[in-house]
Ligand binder design. Structure first.
Ligand code: HEC
Length: 125
């Protein structure tokens, strides 16, 4: 009896794993890896001193529309960003989009406090 229950649990576990992949659920781990490898060089700022060529990406990019994002990633932007449709499969692109949609938008750039904006003037207006 105990053996049988164990077998059933195993079978259910395997079915769940197959479902998670087969149902076309995007793979966030591969999405993140491809994002870091292919997009990070322009879209992230790995060091505080490094610049960033493209905008920071998040769930708010392009109005959060997954289809538009996938289209831009596949086709690219003339002179500014390469297209990835020959480098990544549609499924990989979907996974990258799903990963981007887990990222919160960055806070607005805050000005460094200066003598005028710090101290007693901070509360004045
Ligand atoms: C060579 C640098 C470069 C690489 C590599 C690159 N991008 Fe871009 N990307 C840009 C630039 C620059 C822009 C902004 C273009 C503009 O606004 O004219 C952009 C814009 C975008 C936008 C639109 C953002 C917005 O808010 O308008 C998305 C989405 C995007 N990139 C996704 C990606 C993804 C995903 C990858 C990796 C698969 C990637 N990019 C790789 C340079 C790059």
């Amino acid at each position: 009896m105990i053996r049988k229950a164990g077998f059933i649990l195993l079978a259910v576990g395997a079915a769940n794993a197959a479902f998670a992949q087969g149902a076309g659920k995007p793979d966030l781990v591969s999405g993140r890896q491809n994002f870091e490898q292919s997009c990070g060089v322009c879209h992230t700022k790995p060091l505080i001193t490094s610049g960033r060529f493209g905008p920071a990406l998040s769930k708010a990019s392009l109005g959060g529309q997954a289809d538009v994002m996938a289209e831009v990633i596949g086709t690219g932007i003339p002179l500014r960003m390469p297209g990835f449709k020959h480098h990544l499969s549609q499924e990989q692109i979907r996974a990258v989009v799903a990963y981007i949609q887990t990222l919160d938008p960055p806070p607005p750039e805050t000005a460094k406090p200066t003598a005028r904006t710090s101290g007693e003037r901070r509360d004045a207006n």
